[in-house]
Structure formats: C-alpha cells, structure tokens
Write a protein that binds this ligand. Sequence first.
Ligand SMILES: Nc1ncnc2c1ncn2[C@@H]1O[C@H](COP(=O)(O)OP(=O)(O)OP(=O)(O)O)[C@@H](O)[C@H]1O
Ligand SMILES: [Mg+2]
Length: 405
Amino acid sequence: MSSAPAPRRSAAQLAAGDVRPSASGMPVVGMVGGGQLSRMTAQAGISLGLSVRVLTRGVADSAAQVVHGPVVGDELSYDDLRAFARACDVVTFDHEHVPPDVLARLAEDGVVLRPDPAALLHAQDKLVMRRRLTELGVPVPRYAPVEDAGEVEAFAAEAGWPVVLKSRRGGYDGKGVWVVAGPGDVPGALAAAGPAYVEEHVALTRELAAVVARSPSGQGVSYPVVETVQSDGVCVEVIAPAPALDGDRAVEAETLALGIASALGVVGLLAVELFETEAGLVVNELAMRPHNSAHWTIEGARTSQFEQHLRAVLDLPLGAPTLTAPTVVMVNVLGPDDPDAPSLGSGLPHVFAKDPAVRVHLYGKTLRAGRKVGHVTALAEAGEDLASVRERARDAAAYLRSEPE
Ligand SMILES: Nc1ncnc2c1ncn2[C@@H]1O[C@H](COP(=O)(O)OP(=O)(O)OP(=O)(O)O)[C@@H](O)[C@H]1O
Ligand SMILES: [Mg+2]
C-alpha cells in the first residue's frame, strides 16, 4: 500500500512561512485605512490572487468603494482592530495613525503586524525618528525638542530664523509643519502644533525620495531615487529618475534608505524623504507604507510599489524595481479651488483624446480644494525629453481639475 501523499501546500503558503492560509489557500492581507493607498494596494492584490481586506471609517472611502466586504470601524480602536485582524493573516497600514499602545497590544495578542510597532514608531513620531537617525549616524537637520516659546527662541538664536516647528505626530501634506519667521509667530505655531519639536530651516536645492522595500527574510530592493516637487508642503509632482542626480549621490541615497530599513527592522515599503543641499543629503522624514513619491511605479517600474509592499509583507521574493521608460513623471490631481468645478471624470474624454499614452488614476474621493484626489503618469516615448513628458503629465492633471494650463 502506497503511503498517502503529503498534503499539498500552495506556493503562497510555502513562501509566506509563518502566514496562516485563508480558506482560499492564499493569505489574507488586512490593510488599515480606506484611502487611496489601500485602494491601489487592493488593485495590485487582484493580479496576485490575494484578497486584501480593508478596515475603513466608512463605505464611501476610496478603498471601501472597490474591495470586497470592507470592514467599517474605528481604525484607531483596539477592539475594532482586534476583530478585523482575526480574519487576516497579516495586517499592514495605509497610514501611521494607529496609536503605539494599541499596536503593542495587538502584537502581544499575536497579530502579525508588518511593519511591527517598534519599526513603525519611527514613522509615527518625528522626534523619535530624528533621535534614532542621529544615533545611526544618518544626516538630519539640526533639531531640538521644545515645550515652550523660550526653547524655540533659544534654538533659533543658535540656528538662525526662520525655524521649522513640527508636530511630533499626525502630520501629513504639510499639516503639522510651521515655518516660523520670528519670535512673534512662535506662540501661535506652538498652540497649533501640540507636542512638537523644532528644526533648522534647511537651505535645500531640491527634494528627493528613496523608496525601498524590505522583507522579513531581510531581502531589500531599491527603486531609482526620484525628485519630488512640493507646493505649500504638498507633493505635487514626482520625476523618476531624479534628473541629473550625481551617480554617487544616488547610490548614497539608496544605501542610506536600505540601511535605515535594515537598522529599524522595517518590513514592507520604506520611503525616505530627503533634502538635497549644497553640502549633501539630509533626511527629512520616513514613511512605512506605499508612498506618493512612488505612484509612478504602477506603470514606470517593472514592479509597482503596491505589489512590492504585498510581496514584502508576505515574505515573497521581491520584484524588479527597474524603470520601464527612461523618464517617468507623475503629477498629482488636487481638488480644485472652485467648489462648483465639474467632476474629474468629465475631463477624461479630452485628456484621453489629446494624449492616448497618459495614464490616469482617480481615487473616487469627494473634491476638496488641495486634497489629493488622483494622479496622472506619463512615460517618455522614444527620444522624448523631460520637458515634454512633464508637460504631458501636467497638462492632463490641470485639465482634470478644470484648470487647463
Ligand atoms: N526643516 C525644513 N527645512 C526646509 N523645508 C522643510 C523643512 N521641513 C519640512 N520642509 C518642507 O515642508 C514639506 C513638508 O514637511 P514634512 O515632510 O516634514 O511634513 P508632512 O506634512 O509630514 O509631509 P508628508 O505629506 O510627506 O507626510 C517638506 O516636503 C519640505 O518642502
Ligand atoms: Mg513629507
């Protein structure tokens, strides 16, 4: 009598190691937050045969509109997260806002959190991040923790005005950042900031981002370093690869990002926002999730950042991060200032007719002035220069928000 064959294990089970298989045989990735990052991660999960479950505040949220059975709950509450995690093999995040004590309790319960709370803290609390990076010998702006106006002024007396006051937690899109010109502006900024720290105003020549992925087994890959363009603290445009970036500096940025990912034990994506200065690179901040500075990878890299994040959190071998075109430009579509502006979709016929090669991503979000509601990506055609690719992407984004350039 022949012995019974060993139970067959799916590739995903084998590769995922400690990940509990779902009924379908594929792991279930839970993503906390119903924003566009979850929406685009779920989209990447479809082609991998994965189901991405989303914990979201409401069914109208960007990701909730497109995933199967979105779980509606309070994304910051232990009870709601615990219930959500029961049906997930791995839990990851589309934002940094879950309080560290809640994360610690979930980890104690055995919930597989990727990244884990100890790593994520460095993307949640900018002062913790500054201190840790300093310990690691990573260049950061001069900074100091502050509690009152006197301490801000004492710092400015050394570093020079203006200084930059930053909320330790919860900031995004420039909310939580105050450029303080002089002593008269300090009390207002301090009152608005909550727990804060102060740093020097860096004389930057431009902003860069180095996005890497790291898996639990320690494999790391780096996307090409990009230039990011901000307006009023909001990222409006990303150019990949960063134009005319010195080769040694590109290697330095990628090495820095991979080193930080490894030192902090990051699992998943790590975006390192950098300032380029005359004297070299300085780290601005860290994000441990898919990041706006890598939306271009959906069409512009062999493996999109969303698929890469899923591979990493499941400990699957990582995908090639290489470019699919010599130059790629991503421009964010921001909610129009005019409250009576037509819907974004009404601009599509014109945009598609004018440029059949431009790629449009709309997030299904209600329009609010300055809110990120979509993005456009343009890839260089053979022989096309940066100015032309940039114009195609800008033109499409401006038309969608009803503000043709
Ligand atoms: N120390 C600084 N010196 C000069 N400019 C700065 C400084 N800190 C921040 N900025 C400017 O403000 C922008 C937003 O700052 P930061 O990235 O810290 O805030 P955030 O709101 O957390 O951003 P994000 O949306 O990326 O999470 C930066 O991209 C940069 O343009
Ligand atoms: Mg930033």
